[in-house]
Ligand binder design. Sequence first.
Ligand code: CMC
Length: 391
Amino acid sequence: GGYITLDSGYKNTGSCESAVTFLDGEKGILRYRGYTIEELAEKADFLEVAYLLIFGDLPKKEQLDKFHEDIKRNSLVDEDIHKILDAFPKAAHPMGVLSSLTSALTAFNPGSVDVTSEQDMYNSVVRILGKFPVLVAWTMRKKSGLPLDYGDKSLGYVENILKMMFKVPNEEYTQNPILVNALDKLLILHADHEQNCSTSTVRITGSSHAGLFASLSAGISALWGPLHGGANQAVLEMLEAIKEDGGDTKKYMAKAKDKNDPFRLMGFGHRVYKNFDPRARIIKKAADEVLGDLGVEDPILDIAKGLEKEALEDQYFVDRKLYPNVDFYSGIIYRAMGIPTEMFTVMFALGRLPGWIAQWREMRLRKEPIGRPRQLYIGETERSFEPISER
Ligand code: CMC
């Protein structure tokens, strides 16, 4: 009973107390465990940030080394998961494949569901941090018909991810530090974002005491949609369409403003940032640097810049406080790195993994109750049943 308030889309309703990420949408501030995103993107590496998000403080050298060792020891994936992957058609979207394989991990690690101690939790955390990049790389290799690879334990976490994705048989593989730095930065920028759609999904799924892997699988599905993580793929497809169409950005601006046209300017707008997205600022600069460093000239980048300039000066976008978000420029960097467009949202998932884990762990440690929103019923009042012959 009691009085129920309606808040569609949870625009004003807090679902939990959290000590992981601070976000001020008016001022454009984002901090993980108190550290600004600007400083972390500049100085930290992704595994350090993962540790920080999950355990609350920056690791000392020994702590980080042990964490990395534990992750590496847990990076083997059961060969039968490989068979499940093989059963998917090549054309399957990698996000669907990844959520399925992540869910399947529960079947191969049944002990991971019943989390009763912090040690149980830790074991699940290092397992998924070890296996997830393998699943990501396999998903990409399967699409391009390459044999699956387990990477190289002597490498750093992010270096190893790149090698697992790009190593070609019978060819010498050399690390490109530009790519490593770019991916490190992108993953850090995506690592957490408080109670967004996929993170809320992970927390609410986990609140029923479903295991970590099942909760993450639900989060991956939530991330897939174009209004959330799927935006990075949608942005690139939109920029390509504009280019094919002769580069007429004005036409697409008009479409985005037309209320009878479902088209939205992908990569613009954010539920909480109503001033600017601090991640977008960092990423715009990174896109320039990475393309410059790699010597890539991409006309898509010019279209993106033109579109951004027009939108920032347009009354419709100004009135609604619509600014470029993190995913407006991320796809341009992924593309320059040689990552296929359909894999972009998977890269987002790879970055968001520590955030999802940190939020799930916090939810379990705080012994939060099962998530169960209420509703306002607007359907029929009581009716009596009519036999089928009389309807
Ligand atoms: N293009 C054109 N109009 C837009 C756009 C856009 N990208 N985004 C919002 N609007 C308009 C919307 O039509 C509405 O107008 P009106 O008040 O006249 O009806 C107004 O702005 C407010 O939009 P809303 O849909 O009520 O805002 P929301 O907070 O529910 O949605 C959003 C936020 C991110 C889903 C939305 O801005 C959007 O669809 N953007 C494009 C998709 C995108 O880039 N998503 C990635 C988000 S960042 C990565 C992540 O964290 O997942």
